[in-house]
Design a protein around this ligand. Structure first.
Ligand code: UDP
Length: 234
């Protein structure tokens, strides 16, 4: 039984969120997304010439993504360099972004997305996706929608939103279900499952994910509006 969360949050309560765009002056677009003790910074470059050339597609653009955790992002220093986990997360981010960005508008070109985790307390792939989509919007790339992502989990019999690392590890491990939406299209662009759930629990998890993603979506729109208002005053 998991009736009270370790940090006393409600089951549908996200950790405190900070979200801003334009944090990397040298990039075409950038964003910082912080949720509790997890922070992602995303920087976007392009559309630019495809390198290496053999990756080029004549009818659409391509996205390459690099996800990395800073050595100081976790209590036990994260090993520098790219491991299998980094490669997997880079791939799921670029797959999800491919559904959000109108790649057909950029034939024979490449968009590069770099995401760095400065603090990790679970949910980094979801934080990365939210930050990366905001960075793409900040870069002015045409998009079908923003991405709003959250890790839902099952602890005991309870389905809860936005797991912390302590919750992920609670009593032998929670079931971790990262979910990402294009909220206005009600499309799921990422759904992973690490653990076991019944069909009904999975449905419940997706419903909770949708509700939480909508909360994040409102914050994303507000952050872009702030950026736009700020720029129009210059
Ligand atoms: N983590 C860590 N060291 C690592 C990789 C992960 O301490 O080398 C922690 C970190 O808090 C991360 C969490 O384990 O957020 C869960 O990682 P997972 O692979 O499930 O992906 P995430 O939940 O971050 O998307």
């Amino acid at each position: 039984m998991y009736e009270e969360r370790l940090d006393k949050r409600q089951f549908d309560e996200l950790r405190p969120i900070e979200l801003e765009t334009g944090v990397v002056p040298n990039a075409n677009g950038s964003a910082r997304f912080k949720i509790g003790g997890t922070e992602a910074i995303a920087a976007v470059y392009g559309p630019a010439e495809v390198k290496p050339k053999h990756l080029e597609k004549s009818d659409q653009g391509i996205i390459i993504c690099k996800y990395d955790m800073m050595p100081f992002s976790v209590p036990d220093r994260a090993k520098p360099g790219i491991d299998r986990r980094d490669m997997e997360i880079s791939l799921v981010i670029s797959n999800a972004l491919s559904r959000a960005i109108m790649l057909e508008e950029f034939p024979s070109s490449m968009i590069s997305v770099y995401v760095y985790i400065t603090q990790a307390d679970a949910g980094t792939r979801c934080a990365s996706l939210t930050a990366a989509s905001m960075a793409c919007a900040d870069a002015g790339l045409p998009m079908r929608d923003l991405i709003a992502a959250v890790a839902v989990g099952k602890i005991g019999d309870s389905i809860v939103a936005d797991l912390s690392k302590a919750e992920e590890d609670y009593e032998g491990g929670a079931t971790d279900i990262p979910i990402a939406f294009l909220p206005s299209k009600d499309e799921i662009v990422l759904l992973q499952l690490d653990g076991e759930v019944s069909k009904d629990e999975l449905k419940k998890a997706i419903e909770l994910g949708r509700k939480e993603a909508n909360k994040i979506y409102e914050l994303e729109k507000a952050a872009l509006k702030r950026r736009f208002t700020y720029e129009s005053k210059d």
